[in-house]
Design a protein around this ligand. Structure first.
Ligand code: AMP
Length: 131
């Protein structure tokens, strides 16, 4: 079971920002920017491009919805999109509020926020998605 499946199952905590029957979005625990979100299919498939067409399309549409809320919640030029997947073998899309191209550089040191800050960011994103 991947660490993301454990989040889906509620076995480990996460800062969840959006959820449907099939998909989940939550804050990346080692973010490159405030509001760095991961969107995943609940179905445990390692490689994004191994998803069946319906799940893949659904995930992209879910990512679009989350990105729209994210952009309202976190001041930024754009929401950057990245797929890496070298660390966690469970398909996921990174959504990263960005102002510069370097904001998407995964070799950079990750940021660290307090639980209170992460909770506040989660609420801001959830509020933006409710509107
Ligand atoms: P990658 O598989 O290379 O796309 O990287 C996996 C991403 O998942 C990294 O950015 C990690 O910070 C993030 N990550 C790993 N474990 C967790 C977790 N328990 N909760 C939230 N994000 C996580």
């Amino acid at each position: 079971m991947t660490i993301f499946s454990k989040i889906v199952a509620g076995e480990i905590p996460a800062y969840k920002v959006a959820e449907t029957v099939e998909f989940l979005a939550f804050l990346d625990i080692n973010p490159l920017a405030e509001g760095h979100v991961l969107v995943i299919p609940k179905k445990e498939i390692d490689y994004l491009f191994d998803l069946d067409d319906e799940t893949y399309a659904g995930l992209q549409i879910f990512a679009k919805i989350v990105a729209t809320g994210l952009r309202k919640a976190i001041p930024c030029k754009r929401i950057g999109v990245a797929v890496i997947g070298l660390e966690v073998p469970h398909a996921h899309i990174h959504l990263i509020p960005m102002n510069n191209v370097s904001d998407l550089n995964f070799s950079r040191p990750k940021l660290s926020f307090t639980p209170e800050q992460l909770e506040a960011t989660t609420e801001r994103i959830k509020d933006a998605l409710r509107i």
